[in-house]
Design a protein around this ligand. Structure first.
Ligand code: HPA
Length: 234
């Protein structure tokens, strides 16, 4: 049990999927895991542990934004010894070649700042995904026939952005999409020698202003969960 996670020591699996939304954690656990049981309800940030093809898996909500994700990922890594952490979430598309519902596998995550900024000071650390997870997720996604892009994303601190010039620079530099959590997950994985990846579905688009209709969100989210699970256990 930690400050933010009520699970007993053995209740968290070495492999943890982290959606931002705790209700997506519940849906994913009930839909894809066998024998899923709720292992955390502290602050409503639901977590579930079960098995997938015989492998133990935890699906724990991270909340929105890097400060929230950082709390859960720190405790999962340092207190529960999680080894593989895969963010599953949505992002905003930032290139014309990226379509709504496409999957983005975040090879790197640029940021203005993260909760790790205090360590790096003037250094611009380059947070990156675990290569084996990235390759395995790419294979799983392409085998499924899901249009998939691999490259850099932008982990922003704000959803309602008052600095459109930053997005313009990200677009100009080939960044595929924007979300709010991956860079800190990659920082923590690097610091503690763990494996991390962000598998993202494009839910809205900054250039075309399209958005994924509510009825399509569940199916797209399901694809991401399956890609993450297959990548974790190749
Ligand atoms: N901005 C930031 N985070 C997001 C977005 C966005 O447009 N879409 C989904 N997550």
């Amino acid at each position: 049990m930690t400050i933010h996670i009520g699970a007993a020591q053995n209740d968290i699996a070495p492999t943890v999927l982290m959606p931002g939304d705790p209700y997506r954690a519940k849906w994913a656990a009930e839909t894809f895991l066998q024998d899923a049981r709720c292992i955390n309800e502290v602050r409503g940030m639901l977590g579930f542990t079960g098995t997938w093809n015989g492998h133990p898996v935890t699906i724990q909500g991270s909340g929105m934004g890097m400060p929230s994700l950082s709390i859960y990922a720190n405790e999962l890594i340092k207190d529960y010894n999680a080894q593989t952490l895969i963010r599953i979430g949505s992002c905003g598309g930032m290139q014309n070649k990226v379509g709504i519902r496409d999957v983005i596998l975040a090879m790197t995550a640029s940021t203005l700042s993260t909760p790790s900024r205090g360590i790096f000071k003037e250094l611009n650390f380059a947070p990156c995904a675990d290569f084996d997870l990235l390759v395995a997720a790419h294979k799983a996604a392409t085998d499924k026939g899901v249009p998939t892009h691999v490259g850099g994303i932008y982990s922003s601190d704000v959803f309602y952005d008052e600095r459109p010039d930053l997005n313009e620079q990200m677009v100009r530099h080939g960044i595929l999409g924007v979300e709010m959590e991956a860079a800190e997950l990659y920082n923590l994985a690097a610091r503690h020698g763990r494996r991390a990846l962000a598998v993202l579905t494009v839910s809205d688009h900054l250039l075309t202003h399209e958005a994924l209709p509510a009825e399509d969100r569940e199916r797209s989210f399901g694809d991401m969960v399956e890609i993450a699970l297959q990548a974790a256990f190749v």
